[in-house]
Design a protein around this ligand. Structure first.
Ligand code: NAP
Length: 306
């Protein structure tokens, strides 16, 4: 990645232009940059999906957004690692007054993903127990907050003492260390022998086989992240009527995204949804942010400031 001047942008049709105040760094930004993701942009390109800022210009067909509004994005057209970006008006959502720009930049991919995984894919119901396998990262922490507001009980995993402490502070019923041997042994006791109803899995290539053995009858595993292959025993799904559910945020239709962010807005206004910010780094140091986001033990969101 190189930091350089590019031509200024003009929104057309239903596009808006945003003066960027903060940018959210997601693992997928690194996969796309490295060329290992199915989406391969034409080079050169500006990376990034998530940002927050102020609308400075609107295209002639824009209906629902106004100049001067504080917004955050979930997806954009021109790339969010920049001082200004262009997105469609339906990719920008109002940032409530009680939320900072860094908070806004941490919402798009993590909160949408956590919401879809829990509510649309797993269809988790109040009273159920969810295991968030990888709860100390951006998606996992969002998922804890969404699950708790929906009346679920959460078991979370993290890989460091600091991560475990963070999970306890977020209100989990148990925090387990995925770097320790036998860390899942207590799950049977925690669920009174029944198993967990839902698992949100951030590293399926390591954990899917173990996950299937932890499920309750009619249990669901949602695969959010995976970085390789794994062998499973399909028989583990049979006796429990278990479901393995994949998901990609990029499959979400615009109308559904509007509904998801209307629900997220309520949690933002009442203070129940608050992303954990790991660090704020100058945009010029984006290469450093890409190294950091792929390291273990980085709890919460890395934000770039232009
Ligand atoms: P992140 O902030 O980097 O968090 C990564 C999480 O994985 C951390 O909680 C980390 O815990 C945990 N982890 C590390 N080793 C683990 C293990 N052995 N078992 C379980 N968890 C482990 O990333 P993120 O933004 O939350 O995203 C998480 C994953 O979901 C990434 O792979 C990302 O690409 C993917 N994702 C997919 C979608 C989709 O649409 N499907 C959308 C968003 C993200 P420690 O650091 O405490 O060890």
């Amino acid at each position: 990645m190189q930091y350089e001047e590019v031509a200024t942008l003009t929104p057309i049709k239903n596009q808006i232009k945003i003066e960027v105040k903060a940018i959210g760094v997601n693992p997928v930004d690194t996969y796309i940059r490295a060329g290992i993701y199915p989406i391969k942009p034409d080079l050169p390109y500006t990376p990034g999906k998530d940002a927050s800022g102020i609308i400075t210009e609107i295209g002639p067909e824009v209906k629902n957004r106004k100049i001067g509004e504080r917004v955050y994005t979930c997806g954009c057209i021109s790339g969010s690692y920049a001082e200004e970006l262009i997105c469609n008006e339906d990719q920008a959502f109002i940032l409530p007054e009680n939320c900072s720009f860094s908070t806004g930049a941490a919402l798009g991919v993590p909160y949408s993903t956590a919401f879809i995984a829990l509510n649309l894919r797993a269809q988790a119901a109040a009273g159920e127990i969810v295991l968030i396998h990888g709860a100390s990262g951006a998606v996992g922490l969002a998922a804890i907050q969404i699950a708790k507001l929906s009346g679920l009980r959460v078991i979370g995993t993290a890989g460091t003492e600091q991560g475990l402490k963070l999970l306890w502070n977020q209100g989990v019923i148990a925090a387990l260390n995925h770097n320790q041997d036998n860390y899942l042994d207590s799950v049977q006791d925690l669920t009174a022998g029944a198993g967990v109803n839902v698992i949100l899995e951030m590293l399926a290539n390591v954990n899917l086989d173990k996950d299937l053995k932890l499920l309750a009858v009619n249990g669901r595993v949602v695969i959010i992240g995976s970085r390789g292959t794994i062998e499973i025993d399909p028989r583990d799904t049979m006796g429990k009527n278990a479901s393995i559910l994949g998901m990609s945020l990029f499959n979400t239709q615009s109308e559904q995204l509007q509904q998801i962010h209307a629900a997220i807005k309520i949690g933002l206004i009442n203070g129940r949804y608050r992303p954990v910010i790991h660090s704020e780094i100058p945009l010029v140091d984006a290469p450093k942010a890409h190294e950091l986001v792929m390291q273990n033990g980085v709890n919460g969101k890395i934000i770039l400031i232009p």
